[in-house]
Design a protein. Structure first.
Length: 319
């Protein structure tokens, strides 16, 4: 059974609950706040984007856009680009932007990455976790684009087109079903949890980079990652039980595929849906990508993001 994550919260016994009153309070506070669709034009991304290579660029870069926090005692990974040091998502995108040539990215280069040369791709300072897994994911993703999609992700997008319209949901489904690293559907005692975070994020960035040229993206879920739960917890929307709160606040690992990890991600999706509905009831109709970017940018880009406290730490390539 596939669980409708936006229709019901996770079992409270898993350690996370959603506070409906806090959702309503936040919606009231944000009733007049604009939350436009993101342009994904932050530092590290290409200034000029061309359809013949943009989709491929996004699929490869997003495939390794996960687990960017450092182990305890280590410095966060960052890479130099344009004379400044970029970390988090901008740093990952910068890694690929520096390899964009006149015809985009050389898929053969990524398909042939070996364990010795691969780490040089992520040159920089600090500690980047799961490096062997990133290299393996890139190899397999590039190989799939070559073999399944004839060397260009525009062919994947074309398969999601009908009547001259590109369906963002269909793009997401194709990414989930065909691209290595994109399937994010863990099994649980209550059913399969279809998070598919990277698939939704990649589809959104693919269309955002070319002026939101897809359709059917408005109701995308907010993306269940590290940073959104942190913001929602700060506002009291997510509440952790004592054991989980202690683990998060003391930077202890939350095991991948544990009920606690699943609960954090599921509750994030559900709370995002509740918040969108509450905002709409107050006259502020925001899209899923618009709300997600608003929450994420607070946690990552704003000067006092540290005020939001700790995020949970799970070693995973899913987000």
């Amino acid at each position: 059974m596939i669980v409708d994550l936006d229709q019901q919260p996770p079992p409270s016994s898993w350690g996370v609950t959603v506070d409906d009153q806090a959702v309503d309070d936040l919606a009231t506070a944000w009733a007049d706040r604009p939350m436009p669709l993101p342009a994904f034009d932050y530092p590290g991304t290409p200034v000029e984007r061309h359809e013949d290579w943009w989709y491929t660029y996004v699929i490869l870069s997003v495939s390794v856009l996960a687990c960017l926090w450092p182990p305890e005692g280590e410095e966060m990974w960052a890479t130099e680009f344009g004379g400044i040091w970029l970390d988090d998502a901008p740093g990952i995108f910068a890694t690929f932007t520096r390899h964009v040539g006149p015809h985009g990215l050389d898929l053969a280069f990524f398909a042939d990455l070996d364990d010795d040369a691969g780490p040089a791709l992520f040159t920089g300072r600090g500690h980047l976790q799961l490096l062997p897994e990133r290299i393996d994911t890139l190899r397999r993703a590039a190989t799939t684009l070559i073999e399944r999609w004839d060397g260009n992700a525009t062919n994947l997008v074309a398969e999601a087109e009908s009547g001259g319209v590109i369906d963002a949901v269909a793009v997401t489904d194709l990414l989930t079903e065909t691209m290595p690293g994109y399937r994010d559907r863990p099994a649980s005692e209550v059913g399969v949890l279809p998070f598919d975070k990277l698939s939704h994020l990649a589809a959104a960035i693919m269309t955002a980079g070319l002026g939101w040229n897809f359709t059917n993206y408005e109701d995308f879920w907010v993306y269940p990652d590290y940073m959104l739960p942190r913001v929602l917890r700060y506002y009291g929307v997510l509440r952790y039980d004592n054991n989980l709160a202690a683990a998060v606040d003391n930077r202890r690992l939350v095991a991948a595929d544990s009920e606690q990890e699943h609960a954090i991600r599921w509750a994030t999706v559900y709370a995002g849906a509740r918040l969108r509905a509450a905002l709409a009831s107050r006259g502020n109709r925001v899209s899923g990508p618009g709300l997600d970017y608003h929450l994420w940018s607070q946690a990552v880009l704003r000067p006092k993001a540290v005020d939001f406290g700790e995020h949970h730490r799970t070693l995973t390539m899913r987000y």
